[in-house]
Ligand binder design. Sequence first.
Ligand code: PLP
Length: 364
Amino acid sequence: MNVDELDTPSVVIDIDVMRRNLDRMASYCRKYNLQLRPHTKTHKIPELAWQQLRSGADGITVAKIGEAEVMAEAGIKDILLAYPIVSPQKAQRLARLAERAQLAVSIDSEESACAISIQAKEQGTSVGILIEIDVGFHRCGVANEQAAIALAEKVLSLPALKFLGLMFYPGHLLTTLEQRRTLIGPINLLLDKTMDTLKQKGIPVSVVSGGSTPTAYLSHEFHTLTEIRPGMYIFNDRNMVGAGVAQIHDCAAQVIVTVVSTAVSGRVITDGGSKTFSSDRFLAGDGRGFGLILEDHDAVFDAMSEEHGHLDITKSSRRYRLGERLTVIPNHVCSTINMHNEIYGISHRKVAQAWQVAARGRVT
Ligand SMILES: Cc1ncc(COP(=O)(O)O)c(C=O)c1O
């Protein structure tokens, strides 16, 4: 089937671009001796997680137990849940899953450590633990090296837990390259202090897990890192282009939409609104638009109803036809794919594959 025969709105993935993105990251990690543990929340598709593993990844990352369950069901054995688990229900599901897969989880509280320990002991399993440190994003993570050591000691004292090391997420480094480089300095200081103190206490650390897509190719500048967890790099998106970490030709995911109305002057309406793209903003430049229209960079995708994409074409000289198709690079690829039951792999405009987004909606 040709891509033009797909009904719209549809998410298509250029398989050749995706493979290039995967190979580039895997060879970077090989060069710097880093383990690669891609975050699969970007696609939520077990077949693509397997493709990442086959092309050089060492394990995967997930955000939700539901995602971990879907990936384990597909036979993936090495999973990091990079999300704090605090309730007994979730700790129990985690412990049950640890019977089928080698599981690790990042935590930033004693409550979390105790909840997981109780359930893993009851289940007769063991769960790997990474202590999350806040390196400046201020979302999760203990504040400093003393708090990290205290939590590591607590983990070591509890049954059915295996202390593995440290984890951090540098989410505040979605900046210019120059600012990213400057912000790595204080992170390195904190990592060095924490690792030194752990060493003095005789606590062995086998994993220091970091990384995101914007920082992925700077990972060798972070001290003590053993693995990285980029997610978006598999497809990239308009925000990654805006942050200067990808070019338009590195964007593997596109949304094909159809022009459904040209009746209002200065406006073009497509069939892709907020239930196709999510409402994520463009984080760079003037912040305008919900995606980039590849056929017309002068059109601004400036508003959305649930099922309508509103394009402002007052600055454009392009003539639009009712029923024609447009290609959009979404602002944020993870939340866009999460809107769709199925996405399509294409190569040279032929539809080569259909993938079920098997873990979409698995938010618990
Ligand atoms: C804990 C954690 N690790 C890794 C990632 C992946 O980073 P990115 O989305 O920049 O690829 C995320 C993304 O939100 C995350 O929250």
